[in-house]
Design a protein around this ligand. Structure first.
Ligand code: CTP
Length: 405
């Protein structure tokens, strides 16, 4: 597979394996990827920026405060423009910085700002690799969706034998090409995802809302986009940033979401209803702020349309995915919802579990299918859940898929 037009940032940190990264850059350039290199100061002790500049045909970044070479604020510009980042070799130090969010040089700052997929190829002495601190850092990074390549086993520069060697350049490049091949699963497909909690106005000041943060839906939009789908995000108000390359349509109420989603439905291949839609809305929206009277009052609510159920009735060839947020009898309630709303995949989550549901950066979900099969996942970062979901959607669409990792 060629990597034409893929912009890849290669981060090099200070380990003896840095000399091998020249070969990673050469191989990626041979596949026609556009390579930008960022080196830490220590990396420059092992291999010169000139070598990398000559191989990549691009300026090499070392300092945070240089005159800009390409974009306005360089580290932010780079972070926004790249399709992937590979840090090779990744020392114990950079892994610790990434895990804790330290940004004290060019590379670590870019790594904090980047939204594209990040790969790391750890390289360090066997004992350092097995130190609990390194293992905890790697586990945390994996949980956040960072792809870890290797390390390999064998003779190490420090004279010992064991694991901790950086994976060979060909293996690193193979992981990246496999990722990009996998990431084309939904190429040519149109996907719509809804996110956030709808708001049902009561008067000009107040509304009825819910606790949905929108994070799950935004992560799904990102994963769909990564997978090559043309992605539309119909979003209730949230504080979240629209993932790069995704078209966002803002809505406030369930009725607005209904109109936006139903209007686009016929041209979609996939619709994922991750939004928490208000089942009821106030029967009237007061034109002026409702004044307190000092006595109790009753709010009359009328039902909103069930958007997902309507899509389930209307669907032709679309893959339809629903969510079930439950506080009790998770599997029974979720199975009933799947059948009632005629969805092809239902994501069930018990929102009372710590690490799951509204507001949490992680989720604990099961995927339910109409044939009675089920996939249970451990606590995962929402982006990882989203990537699993996208994989299953691609399978339901009958897309040819390569095995990933
Ligand atoms: N949903 C929808 N329109 C609604 C209510 C829900 O499209 N008016 C969708 C949600 O986006 C989600 C699924 O239906 O994909 C299930 O939502 P959930 O709130 O768990 O269930 P409800 O159908 O509202 O049932 P209940 O509130 O009784 O649990």
């Amino acid at each position: 597979m060629m990597l034409t037009e893929k912009k890849i940032l290669v981060g090099i940190t200070g380990g003896i394996a840095a000399y091998k990264t020249a070969e990673v850059v050469r191989l990626l350039c041979k596949l026609q990827a556009q390579i930008h290199v960022a080196m830490t100061k220590s990396a420059t002790e092992f291999i010169t920026p000139l070598t990398l500049r000559s191989l990549s045909s691009n300026p090499v970044y070392v300092d945070l405060f240089n005159e800009p070479k390409l974009w306005n604020v360089e580290h932010i510009g780079l972070a926004e423009h790249v399709d992937a980042v590979i840090v090779a070799p990744a020392t114990a130090n950079i892994l610790a910085k990434m895990a804790t969010g330290i940004a004290d040089d060019f590379l670590s700052t870019v790594l904090l700002a980047v939204r594209a997929p990040i790969f790391v190829a750890p390289a360090m002495n066997h004992a350092m690799y097995h130190h609990p601190a390194t293992q905890v850092n790697l586990a945390l990074l994996k949980q956040r969706g960072v792809h870890v390549i290797g390390p390999g086993t064998g003779f190490q520069a420090c004279g010992t034998d064991g694991d901790g060697r950086m994976s060979e350049p060909a293996e690193i490049v193979e992981s990246l090409t496999r990722f990009f091949a996998g990431s084309a699963w939904l190429k040519g497909k149109k996907a719509l995802v809804t996110a956030g909690g709808t708001q049902e106005p009561l008067d000009p000041v107040r509304y009825l809302g819910n606790r949905s943060s929108g994070r799950m839906g935004y992560a799904i939009a990102q994963a769909l986009q990564e997978a090559g789908a043309e992605t539309i995000l119909v979003s209730a108000p949230t504080d979240l940033q629209t993932p790069q390359g995704v078209t966002r349509i803002g809505v406030q109420t369930a009725l607005e979401m209904y109109d936006a989603v139903l209007g686009l439905f016929p041209e979609m291949d996939v619709v994922i209803k991750a939004a928490a839609v208000a089942d009821y809305r106030p029967s009237v929206e007061a034109e002026q702020k409702i004044k307190k009277t000092g006595t109790s009052c009753t709010l009359e609510l009328v039902p909103n349309p069930d958007i997902l159920a309507e899509l389930g009735r209307k669907k032709t060839s679309q893959v339809l995915v629903g969510f079930a947020a439950e506080t009790e009898n998770l599997l029974v309630n979720a199975t009933l919802k799947m059948q009632k709303k005629n969805v092809d995949l239902l994501v069930a989550n018990d929102i009372t579990k710590p690490g799951a549901g509204f507001g949490s950066p992680t989720n604990i979900v099961s995927f339910l299918f109409p044939d009675g099969s089920r996939m249970d996942f451990p606590q995962l970062n929402k982006l990882e859940v989203a990537r699993h979901l996208v994989r299953e959607i691609a399978r339901l669409l009958g897309m040819e898929m390569e095995t990933k990792e």
